[in-house]
Design a protein around this ligand. Structure first.
Ligand code: KG4
Ligand code: ZN
Length: 378
């Protein structure tokens, strides 16, 4: 049992990923095949294309993960796979493959919630650093292209128990980065490029009022609102309005045209094509999103007496988000932890790590389990 190796498989969105993790903390391999080039022309993930690309990649990616780990199909002890949340068709590719492996090899199958995976990415690396001392409750901000959630976690005998105390009412934060990037003629995915370009702009140049980033009560019956809910669709509209009033359309079209002929545009290529006004807009947008994520999370941490803070998911790779959390949480003496950039975005090591407590307590999935696009974390 202490040396058990779990093969993790992740196909919930646009990365086909497989990894082998020993004892929930030793990453023997972590292979990620990205579909960025496929979705780039559309400025966002196209579900049908994602499923097709997963089908193409799943066998070689799993094989590579086993080879790099020095393992074989026969030597691994269990197979873990993302059950949801995510794109149903994409999830099904990973799940069908994992089920087939489990059946053919007669090895246990473990179903993992993608969001718990992101939380375990932090835990995994803290364990690697020798930090086993966790203080509960742990507040986790999971912030990515598909999700923006606040989970308050307590430790139970067989793993963690979660309370979802905040969520986005509309777009996820990463989605806002991607949509604003598309609007401004920047490459996909928007997060990394906005992160890089923001360093060259004045984050206080454009003022986005609190109304643009505050969630509005949509009045859905039975829909519980919390003071820690997020909303990122208003700021996208505010950016669009700014583009119109400041007559930026022409320069956006010129940038799109220039970038269309660049294979893999780097930050320096894009920077050359941005004027000061655009850079200021980008920096101000990022600052508003970051300030909102940080202030609501710290508000929740204070009110719910969180003892530790985890910030994870693709947007956790954002340098300003990291710096602001470190500074602001530091002022309150609240320890804040992030995964390394490689483990911030989607990967399968986090899935294999999240499966470890389930493996130890024999929480195995039956052959009848299926993909759940809106799977909740409890
Ligand atoms: O976790 P992830 O790989 O996939 C989902 O589960 O959604 O997150 C991808 C998202 C994209 O929206 C991308 O733009 C964003 O994470 N992202 C970033 C950064 N790197 C990736 N957002 C802001 N700053 C970054 N440095
Ligand atoms: Zn994710």
């Amino acid at each position: 049992m202490p040396e058990a190796c779990i093969l993790g498989i992740e196909t919930s969105c646009d990365e086909t990923a497989a990894a082998v993790v020993r004892a929930g903390e030793h990453v023997l391999s972590n292979v990620v095949s990205s579909q960025i080039a496929t979705h780039q022309p559309y400025g966002g993930v196209v579900p049908e294309l994602a499923s097709r690309e997963h089908l193409r990649a799943i066998v070689p990616v799993v094989r590579q993960a086993l080879v790099e780990a020095g393992q074989t199909y026969e030597s691994i002890d269990a197979i873990a796979v993302t059950q949801g949340p995510g794109l149903a068709g994409a999830l099904l590719v990973g799940i069908s493959f994992a089920k087939a492996l489990s059946f053919a090899l007669n090895k246990p199958l473990i179903a993992v919630n993608h969001l718990e995976g992101h939380i375990h990415a932090v835990l995994l690396e803290e364990k690697q650093k020798g930090n086993f001392e966790l203080a509960f409750p742990v507040l986790s901000l999971v912030v990515s292209g598909g999700h923006t959630h606040l989970f308050l976690a307590e430790e139970r005998e067989h793993g963690w128990k979660y309370e979802n105390i905040g969520r986005t009412r509309d777009d996820a934060a990463g989605e806002a980065f991607d949509k604003v990037a598309k609007l401004l003629g920047l490459p996909y995915p928007g997060g990394p490029i906005i992160d890089a370009l923001s360093r060259h702009g004045d984050p206080r140049a454009v003022r986005f009022g609190p109304a643009q980033i505050k969630h509005r009560n949509r009045g859905t019956p039975g829909d519980r609102q919390t003071p820690y809910d997020f909303s990122f669709s208003g700021i996208k509209t505010a950016v669009l309005r700014y583009v119109e009033t400041e007559h930026l359309r022409e320069s956006i079209a010129a940038r799109q045209k220039a970038l269309a002929s660049v294979q893999k545009p780097q930050a320096a290529d894009v920077l050359r094509l941005c004027d000061t006004k655009t850079l200021n807009l980008i920096a101000s947008f990022q600052r508003s999103v970051v300030d909102d994520l940080v202030s609501k999370t710290l508000h929740a941490a204070r009110e719910r007496d969180a003892r530790m803070l985890f910030v994870t998911g693709g947007v956790a790779a954002n340098s300003q988000l990291r710096a602001t959390f470190e500074r602001e949480a530091g002022k309150e003496g609240l320890p804040v932890m992030f995964p390394s950039r490689k483990l911030s975005t989607d990967n399968a090591a986090m899935i294999a790590a999240a499966a470890w407590p389930k493996y130890q307590s024999a929480q195995f999935a039956g052959a009848d389990f299926s993909a759940e696009a809106s799977l909740a974390l409890r």
